[in-house]
Design a protein around this ligand. Structure first.
Ligand SMILES: [Zn+2]
Length: 445
């Protein structure tokens, strides 16, 4: 356990909740002191403690997002590390992985250090993904070793995939030697072209250029073959089609070292929404068919999905409020992912799978767990809720029914596709290093 990070000043007691322990859901109280869970019992010592009510809610490990665009440096009018981290905290996250498609790109130790420094004063832990190629331009490998030396364990050119198969193979051989993971945005640009929504009869009717599922599936197949050949650990970002899922699950059965994520929007929103021509529904990879959604939901409920990750992509109005084919792709995700995932899971059960896909498995993929070498000063995430663990906790209330108001978001941007939607469940409290960051769904700093 690291003791170098700042920790909650006063002791904290969570009472009345059902706590997700390794033995299942238990009605119990928790006491945290100096950033660590010190006691878990039917009733704990309340002396000198701030008491938080978790009645009717589930207490689990703080959530971990593998895919957050914090936009800093360079995109501060859309989001900053601070505003994005606050949005994450409201969404129940105690840690997020910042994607490298910033300006400049996170493709050197200097930019990694800059973002880690910004993250050090954020309310939650900010881990960093480095770029695979210099400037994410897909031509020259970035100095992954110097970034790995700062604790970077995931590399990606997200926003685009690495188009050149030979370069991707060399990147995998390099990554394997360093013991790091490559994460791919799977879209073959020779097939995706200038497409702006799912290819098919609806796109034709709407007169919008299509972006096919095939463009994703071709790169999924390619990268699975390259990972199998190189032995590199591979993570596939935001898979969106039934066929991608099949390819990935078959590769896992063969023993390929691969994990994958799906986004809340690909679990909930179908391509039909693009018929409004509202660019809030434009995203890469695009919203797909209901059949694709159904396949992703079945896999999620079966426990076959490694992680639900947000692809939180803030955009200012001047980038988003444009004709559909010219608008920037991407939508917000951090503040509502837990409720949307709970709903996709069927809003029943003990919450174990919710915390598996939103905390425990993504923490392992990002190597933010107790037994991994985390960037300096960061606490451990995705562990069991038990005495001795770092006090990173999320309290999820399955009975809450909040309505999404874009004007009330903590994100600096408002491009949420869920405006007006009634959510199934809500984050009540978020505790990071023993400090109350979100209380009764309100940010505390
Ligand atoms: Zn992407």
């Amino acid at each position: 356990m690291s003791t170098t990070f700042e920790v909650g000043a006063s002791p904290l007691v969570l009472r009345g909740g059902r706590v997700l322990t390794d033995a299942g859901l238990v009605d119990a109280e928790l006491r945290c002191e100096r950033g660590v869970i010190t006691e878990l019992a039917a009733s704990v010592d309340h002396a000198g403690a701030m008491v938080l009510d978790a009645g009717g809610a589930v207490v689990g490990p703080g959530l971990v997002d593998l895919h957050t665009h914090l936009r800093e440096p360079g995109g501060e009018e859309a989001e900053t590390v601070e505003t994005g981290a606050r949005a994450g905290a409201l969404g129940g996250y105690s840690a997020v992985v910042a994607m490298p498609n910033t300006t400049p790109a996170i493709d050197s130790a200097a930019v990694v250090a800059q973002v880690l420094l910004l993250g050090a004063s954020a309310p939650i832990d900010v881990a960093v993904a480095g770029a695979i190629t210099v400037g994410r331009a897909g031509a020259v490998l970035a100095p992954m070793a110097e970034m790995a030396a700062l604790g970077v364990s995931i590399f990606t050119d997200d926003g685009t995939g690495v188009q050149d198969a030979g370069l991707m193979l060399r990147a995998m051989q390099y990554a394997r030697g360093l013991g790091v993971t490559l994460a791919e945005h799977c879209e073959d640009e020779s097939l995706a072209g200038a497409g702006c929504m799912n290819a098919g009869s609806l796109a034709s009717r709407l007169g919008l250029p299509g972006r096919s599922g095939l463009s994703e599936e071709v790169m999924v197949s390619r990268d699975l073959a390259l990972a199998e050949a190189s032995g590199c650990r591979l993570h596939l970002l935001h898979l969106s089609t039934a066929r991608s899922l099949e390819l990935c699950l078959a590769a896992k059965r063969r023993g390929v070292d691969v994990t994958f994520e799906v986004t809340p929007h690909h679990l909930h929103l179908a391509e039909d929404l693009c018929a409004s021509y509202d660019p809030v529904f434009k995203v890469h990879p695009p919203l797909r068919s209901q059949a694709d959604i159904d396949a992703l939901v079945v896999a999620l409920r079966a426990g076959e999905v490694d992680a639900v990750a947000t692809d939180h992509a803030p955009h200012p109005p001047q980038a988003k409020d444009r004709p559909f084919d010219q608008a920037a792709p991407g939508m917000l995700g951090l503040e509502h992912a837990a409720a949307l995932t709970w709903e996709a899971l069927g809003a029943e059960g003990d919450g174990r799978m919710l915390f598996e896909v939103l905390s425990r498995r993504p923490a392992r993929i990002a190597r933010l767990t107790e037994d991994s070498a985390r960037p300096g000063g960061q606490s451990a995430h995705g562990g069991e809720v038990r005495a001795g663990e770092d006090a990173n906790l999320c309290v999820f209330d399955p009975a809450a029914r909040p309505v999404v108001d874009p004007l009330a978001l903590a994100s600096r941007s408002q491009n949420t596709p869920y405006a007006g939607r009634t959510l199934v469940g809500a984050i009540r409290h978020t505790v990071v290093r023993g400090e109350i960051i979100v209380r009764a769904s309100e940010a505390q700093r």
